[in-house]
Design a protein around this ligand. Sequence first.
Ligand code: AMP
Ligand code: MG
Length: 438
Amino acid sequence: MNHSPNNPIFLSSSLHVDDARKAIAQMVDELLAEARLLNNPAEINIVSLDQAINRILAEDVLSPIDVPSADNSAMDGFAFNGKCLETNSLDITLTVIGTALAGKPYEGKVSDGECLKIMTGALMPSGCDTVIPQELTTSDNPEFITFKQNQLKPGENRRLRGEDLQRGKPAIAADRLLRPSDLGLAASLGIASLKVKRKLRVAILSSGDELRSLGQPLESGCIYDSNRYSLTGLLNRLNLEIIDCGIVRDDPSSLKEAFIEASTQADVLISSGGVSVGEADFTKQIMQELGDVGFWKIAMRPGRPMAFGTLKPVLGQSSAKRTLFFGLPGNPVAVMVTFYQFVRSALLQLNGASQTEVPLSQAISETPIRKKPGRTEFQRAILGRNAEGRPTVKLTGSQGAGILRSMSEASCFIILHHDQGNIAAGDWVDVALFDGLL
Ligand code: AMP
Ligand code: MG
């Protein structure tokens, strides 16, 4: 992609969110092709299961065994040969000849007219293929059970060998972002470690003369740097390596030095601040020397200004890779919105994940929301339920781009798409949850 500032996409007065996303994805593809990050043995780590959460699986995990390893019972009940169901009499009575427990199989054979008391997970005894659940049987005498012939079919309530997973077949697919269930699944196969893609190294810095680090005194007109902490939290959720480059003052030589330092170490640099209209010219100058970066005005709220591109490899750097660069706006809410909308999926894509998009769901807006067509809005809201049990959303008060409390109190974004206009109370809207059950 020609992503230089001369590319029309970069010149357009207001860039559609979808076009920004496409341009970013294209750039990441380019970087991947250059660096051959994927399938490069040097870029793969072997980690134990307890370290593997949120890492990206580098190759298919093949099942070394059949799961289950043998036919077994899916219910607590009585196992018997299903042939006895092919009868005209309504009631069937069987003699109980023993018990099979999970981990304690019954060694003998079960003949016609007989059954075995069986617990969930116990191996199906020889001669049996069907299980009648305990609650469907009656019994006056522990040696016999009776049940209705029409309550089940031969073969029911039995789990077959290899029904979940077959030996040699993929149990977990490559490129998956590993979730708790994947770790449990690997463990159930006796697999103690997994091959995962190496952690991306992501450098973060905050730029602005008014910013102070925690612990420093606040002079008049100064504020604490909060963006690095929001970004650290966001990045930690992706189990990445974070390189904290601190606060950089608004002067060309400090900024230049910090950018060069970050790009020698990191795959990706995320800065915040210094890209708004007043400051962009100054940053633009530096970026022209260090790389190829476009300054975008995105048709979105919050988060309108954003710089995006790559930094040149630093001379003498061994890997000689370009560094992906995101210059996020300084406003604390805009930082988080642009991270979720653009940075998160780019990081996942760069790390070779198969799924990179933020999943959307829908809820009913409790109130009207004013919205102008022609830009995408990310309003902070709280998800709830109405009297009918349907999902609802209501805004978290003032929606200014600098009001971090609106994010902190919210549980989701309401996403109002580019062409959407005003929302009436009761309308369904798209929402993106901050937390999901994964
Ligand atoms: P800028 O994009 O640099 O013009 O910053 C926009 C607004 O965000 C200004 O009010 C800044 O003071 C504020 N801001 C910039 N960086 C940070 C930061 N790291 N933490 C908190 N607020 C910030
Ligand atoms: Mg600034």
